[in-house]
Design a protein around this ligand. Structure first.
Ligand SMILES: Nc1ncnc2c1ncn2[C@@H]1O[C@H](COP(=O)(O)OP(=O)(O)OP(=O)(O)O)[C@@H](O)[C@H]1O
Ligand SMILES: [Mg+2]
Length: 251
């Protein structure tokens, strides 16, 4: 197990955003998190990346409790993430935005600026943004900014990559491109936790899926298992994915 959560709980005032959730992510897998709006998906990711402190419970990364790690050092441990709301540094180029990741946070932090720019170029090549590297980030479309987010996280050489709705707002063609990219990154050996509302995608790429509802875990299993789980169908999937099926749907 690369990542393990036990009794993970987060309260905001009176709101229990994450309620005693247990989960474990295996090294090398794509682990999906799904659930209705407000279910607690982003909050769980914020707890893993230490953006928020836990209210109760424990999360371990490679066996080590994350509470022992200062929040700013999490990326250096090998955990990188994207944000649901993409906020690039507006005054900088695409390439400079990507170089910031390894410069300030990545696994091999304290590299030289030159090395970080080189790393940015390699990563922009992987995500298909190499031709735009000198463009101002403000010139990118939404799909471009999502790729930039992926590149910025990837440039940090993570062992574990947390993706929060990298496909939201993209058209069908762009969704397929980003899906293929996520699978390609996973094949390079990066374990991925992915929050996604595009069901065809999350069902086809995830090995296992955690389903949250009102902060609670209502299911955890293979795509086939969660798609045929009555509670999951009632809370989230509805009829379309609710039929028990032999295989995960593909795009
Ligand atoms: N910083 C915060 N302060 C107070 N409440 C918060 C905070 N962040 C999240 N919440 C609350 O926690 C609950 C879970 O929110 P969260 O953003 O994790 O949901 P989500 O599953 O990511 O939803 P979506 O699919 O809309 O992105 C919601 O009730 C939300 O209002
Ligand atoms: Mg969210």
């Amino acid at each position: 197990m690369i990542l393990e959560g036990r009794g993970v709980t987060k309260c905001f005032g009176g709101v229990v955003a994450i309620d005693r959730v247990d989960f474990a992510v295996e090294k090398g897998e794509i682990f999906g998190i799904i659930g209705p709006n407000g279910a607690g998906k982003t909050t769980l990711m914020n707890l893993i990346s230490r953006l928020h402190p836990l209210s109760a419970g424990e999360i371990r990364f490679r066996g080590r409790p994350l509470v022992e790690v200062p929040a700013h050092a999490v990326a250096r441990l090998g955990i990188a993430r994207t944000f649901q709301i993409v906020r690039p540094f507006p005054g900088m180029s695409v390439r400079e935005n990507v170089a910031i990741g390894p410069l300030f946070g990545g696994a091999g932090a304290r590299r030289s600026v030159l090395e970080c720019l080189r790393r940015a170029d390699e990563t922009l090549e992987i995500v298909g943004l190499a031709a735009r590297r000198d463009a101002p980030v403000t010139a990118l479309t939404l799909a471009g900014r999502k790729r930039l987010e992926l590149a910025r996280a990837l440039a940090m050489d993570p062992e574990l990559l947390l993706l929060d709705e990298v496909m939201a707002g993209l058209n069908r063609t762009e969704v397929v491109e980003v899906k293929d990219l996520v699978v390609a990154i996973n094949r390079r050996g990066v374990t991925i936790v992915v929050i996604e509302h595009v069901m065809e995608v999350v069902m086809s790429i995830s090995r296992r899926i955690l389903v949250l509802h009102h902060g609670q875990r209502i299911a955890l299993g293979t795509p086939q298992e969660v798609a045929s789980d009555e509670r999951v169908v009632a809370a989230y999937l509805g009829k379309r994915y609710g039929q028990p099926r032999a295989e995960a749907p593909t795009l």
